[in-house]
Design a protein around this ligand. Sequence first.
Ligand code: IPE
Ligand code: IPE
Ligand code: MG
Length: 254
Amino acid sequence: MAFSFFKKNQPSEKNNNDNNSIPEVLPKHVAFIMDGNGRWAKKRGMPRKYGHREGAKAFHDITRYCRSIGIKNASFYVFSTENWKRPKEEIDAIMNLLWEYLNDCDEYLEQEVRMIFIGDKSRLPEKIRNRMIELEEDSKKYDKMNLILAINYGGRDEIVYAARQLAEQTAKGELNPESITEDMIGQHLYTREIPDVDLMIRPSGELRLSNFLIWQCAYAEYYFTDILWPDFSRNELDKALIDFAGRGRRFGGV
Ligand code: IPE
Ligand code: IPE
Ligand code: MG
């Protein structure tokens, strides 16, 4: 069950909120590491792919909830550059689920959600890549929420890609190395249009980033829980948001 200050405001958004019952400290950008699908399935004696299917349901629900409470940017780690190490059967199952999802996005477009896919699209199956590009184009005009899906994404890979682009400009004499700034690097990342992460949520009991948004999390707050992703509920997100609202963020100041 959701906490009352959210319930009161559904389905309106924070910015349309007259009674100020949603705290001002609602994060601008929440990132989710959707981890624990395999263990969830194993606990039930089911194949890992069953856990991924259940995880996809939790993802749909949490996305809808983020949209309804007015989170402006929500990022989800779907598939990492390291996940190619998994057995082919599991990778195929994840890609099939992804394909199903990409063809079931109408409600997000109706809700004026902009979809942004981060990661290296070039290694993905062509039909998936094309559909991702199509959804990005179709939803470009929407600004109610940015839904950022990380697919074949790696934080280090992203920084290497940015470094290469800046190196090319330098080699051509278009850029002076001394004039390279943090902002300039940020502008060459997949997330160039998205603010830095305020709140990073990782379920499943693991206490690590696993290469997700490593540049963008420089000053993120972290929320860890032992709950496995398929069990991650709206109530759990409420808890994370309330916890976040109580944190003192200093960004190096006093
Ligand atoms: C996260 O769940 C989903 C992906 C990495 C695609 P896992 O599959 O990593 O689940 P666990 O960590 O093995 O339980
Ligand atoms: C992170 O989970 C990647 C995604 C959730 C897509 P992993 O299960 O791959 O991370 P590690 O291997 O436990 O660090
Ligand atoms: Mg895992």
